[in-house]
Ligand binder design. Structure first.
Ligand code: DLL
Length: 433
């Protein structure tokens, strides 16, 4: 067994004992090896011995993007530079990138957790997988690559940038699995469909992440490609892809709690929330050596479930992400997440997941526009009534989001289709702030 079955099958009590020990060791490590964390703990009057296990975790300080920025690039490393073997980074829209550094053991654990995710969804050493996340500083490409190799699958490191070559090789090499963003997979599926190549592929599985997507979008991708598509989550600061993934029941993403200790907090009061309540996901890296993080505030909004999954796994499940705290727009006093708009759009026959939300302010009034690409067959319908269709879209958005939108219907490819993370909203009000 190349990934540790016993860890998956642990009881919650066994898991907690392991987490308790790992947290104690982690706190000891950062306290003694990292000046920044030592100071933070001392400011709270904390010593490593005060943390006996995960029940004490609330005593520990949070870590945020600001800490990463203030210590950029190596200030949160907890080992000497000679023990570091890799640096990855995630580019923010402004300021310095968020950097993560890894020891050899970190890289091995990263490969193992990604391999667990892939094994969980059914990928084996007999599969041929195209990794179509970007290779480079972004963790998607190399993360998925090492995980698939660890599993023993045959990896084709496509990276991004050439859909034609990806499709040619997908057909020629009889590729059975693909790792890429969901929006890119949708683009690949549409290209295959438009070129009449759908029956030439042997694809069975997709492992998609790096951006929020909805169950409707998964259903659309699965139907178009006749495959099973799964959700994989992760973030550079914590590791990269492989923190959590969903099983065949799609009832949340199993988080590998033996390495990543999750909490949900209220982002305003910063207190832990009970099981099932939505708040900000906070993760402590229990085993990381290079750049371990205590209680990292991910800004991702979700909830946790601890009951045993139908698949038999005991590890907690992250529920579908509602969005990020920094993706939320307040429009005319209503909280709007792009994921709600996507969920609404995909209930309308012919709407695609290629959409853009534009929020602006005219005078004192917020404007809320949703642009959406329609499938060609809708435009081709005889006597297509654009106004009636837009009114239908407006009505479902109103039901789900609670706001009246100006709906603009677009043709296929009118919006940019990204190969990496796609951007679905633009808040132009900030331009005047
Ligand atoms: O996106 C790591 C990754 C690569 C995950 C490939 C999955 C697949 P960052 O660039 O640091 O790392 O961005 C992390 O992306 O905090 C979430 O907001 C978002 N995100 C990642 N996966 C998902 C997902 C990679 N499955 C940020 N669903 C995270 C929703 C996701 N959001």
């Amino acid at each position: 067994m190349i990934w540790n079955e016993t860890k998956e099958c642990m009881t919650r009590e066994e898991l907690k004992s392991l987490q308790d020990v790992r947290l104690q060791r982690l706190v000891d490590r950062v306290y003694h090896n990292n000046e920044y964390y030592r100071k933070k703990m001392q400011e709270l009057g904390l010593e490593p011995g005060d943390i006996k296990g995960v029940d004490d975790i609330e005593k520990l300080p949070f870590t945020t993007y600001v800490d990463l920025r203030d210590t950029y690039p190596f200030g949160l490393a907890s080992v000497p530079k000679s023990e570091l073997v890799r640096l990855q980074a995630s580019s923010g829209t402004t300021g310095k990138p968020k950097v993560a550094v890894y020891t050899r053991r970190d890289i091995d654990i990263w490969a193992e957790v990604v391999a667990r995710c892939m094994a969980m969804i059914g990928i084996t050493r007999d599969d041929i997988i195209q990794v179509a996340y970007g290779y480079g500083l972004f963790t998607g490409g190399l993360g998925a690559h090492y995980g698939a190799e660890y599993l023993g699958a045959l990896v084709i490191p496509m990276s991004t940038g050439n859909t034609k070559k990806l499709i040619d090789m997908m057909i020629d090499c009889e590729v059975t699995a693909i790792a890429c963003t969901p929006s890119y997979l949708l683009h690949v599926a549409e290209t295959l469909r438009d070129q009449g190549l759908l029956d030439k592929i042997k694809l069975k599985y997709a492992i998609c992440g790096a951006e929020p997507w909805t169950d409707n979008m998964r259903a659309q991708i699965e139907e178009m490609l006749n495959i099973k598509a799964y959700d994989i989550y992760g973030l550079t600061e914590i590791m990269g892809p492989g923190v959590a993934t969903d099983c065949e029941y799609h009832a949340g993403l199993h988080i590998w709690e033996d390495h990543f200790y999750p909490e949900i907090i209220d982002p305003v009061t910063m207190k832990q929330l009970p099981e099932g309540e939505t708040g900000e996901l906070v993760i402590t890296t229990l085993t990381k050596e290079g750049m371990p993080l205590l209680r990292y505030r991910t800004k991702d909004l979700t909830s946790l479930r601890y009951e045993k999954c139908k698949c038999g796994r005991t590890m907690a499940r992250i529920q579908r992400f509602k969005g990020r705290t920094d993706d939320m727009m307040i429009v005319r006093g209503v909280n709007v997440f792009p994921s709600q708009v996507e969920a609404a759009l995909l209930t309308v026959d012919g709407c695609t997941a290629h959409y853009m939300i534009i929020v602006d302010r005219i005078g004192n009034e917020d404007t809320f526009e949703v642009q959406v690409e329609l499938e060609d067959r809708i435009w081709a319908q005889e006597g297509f009534n654009e106004a009636a269709y837009a009114a239908k879209v407006q009505s479902v958005i109103r039901q789900i989001v609670g706001l009246k939108a100006k709906v603009t219907l677009l043709h296929f490819n009118d919006l940019p289709h990204s190969e990496g993370k796609s951007k679905h909203h633009e808040d132009r009000r900030k331009l005047y702030a």
